[in-house]
Design a protein around this ligand. Sequence first.
Ligand SMILES: [Zn+2]
Ligand SMILES: [Zn+2]
Length: 189
Amino acid sequence: MTDGEYTIADEIVARARIHARKVLDERELPVDRDALEWTVSERARRRAGACRWHPDRETATIVLARRAYGEYDWPEFAAVVRHELVHAWEFQQFGESGHGPRFRDRAAALDAPRHCRSFSEPRYVLRCRDEDCEWRAKRHRASKPVKAPDRYRCGVCGGSYEVEHVASGRTWATASGYGGAKAALGAEW
Ligand SMILES: [Zn+2]
Ligand SMILES: [Zn+2]
């Protein structure tokens, strides 16, 4: 903090710490919080989070991207925090960390994604169907507006919108359309 100013970085760290405390207590992941540091990257463009291990101090540092905090909804960002906590746990327990079976099991127990997705490229784009309306929204996870666009409205004109799965280019505008696209893509989803 500088001059008592409460920055976005302070806010990110404060929220992440509170979330971490709650999750670690509830899900019983024995992360040593005295050997855990938090920092915010102002520059990271690709990864929403990272975890660095300092073997000399036996301390893990979780790095959270300010840009991701701005782009993600809190539940998405909180999932990144949980993902990085699993890395911190592995580092503290084993001195190394990856995305193998051990990571997968712990991540599942924490309801965290196994892979850190890049946040510059959204997974889904919501687009108003009215050609005079410019409304667009990016989503990184299959939130309710992604799964059931027929139950929600364009954020500007109140009209209907469609969702595009960016990697495949498939689009849908209804909950059943979402189900069909997901089934058709299978493993490529
Ligand atoms: Zn990771
Ligand atoms: Zn619209």
